[in-house]
Design a protein around this ligand. Sequence first.
Ligand code: G3P
Length: 218
Amino acid sequence: MLFFIDTANLDQIKEANDLGILDGVTTNPSLMAKEGITGQANIIKHYVDICNIVDGPVSAEVISTDFNGIIEEGKRLADLHDNIVVKVPMIKDGIKAIAWFTEHDIATNCTLVFSAGQAILAAKAGATFLSPFIGRVDDTNWDGVSLIKDIAEIYAIQGYETSILAASVRNSKHIVDCAKAGADVVTCPLSAILGLLKHPLTDIGLEQFLADHQKAAK
Ligand code: G3P
């Protein structure tokens, strides 16, 4: 399972990249706004800055919702850097645009996915990545991880090549559950990645080892 970081914060992207386990980055308009990145020129520069940090797919989301607008915006984004993946919402014109990008060898990430039916449609259109939002499913009192499991089962039966990119991951347990459920990629905040490190017995054991080493050295 690949690890992407879900942020537009350059310091956090660098920190995750320095860990040596980062495979890519996802952003969205809300994450860009959170970092105060506004205006077309700044947004474009920010995507290039991210691509220059991480050697892997970087999802950049279109804000157009009509076919022609999505195509024009997506082409401009894809031209920025080889790492760019054009992120397209799960809407009718979005699916049509993903099919067009597939025909023209432009990588896509179909976003805002909440059902297995949507996942089938995106795979039929040839999406490179599919982003089911598991945390937001959990928020509605349904089970986000079981959506990943359903999609993984369907994709395996049907032989679809679209990668399942579990998104809206909120914590470290989500990451472990997604790995069990068959996600190809998880995109998560830095806190969820770092949370995987934590176990009290590791801390206690290390403290003991270091204390014993000190004692023996006296
Ligand atoms: O990957 C999608 C993500 O950014 C949405 O996360 O926590 O706003 O549901 P969240």
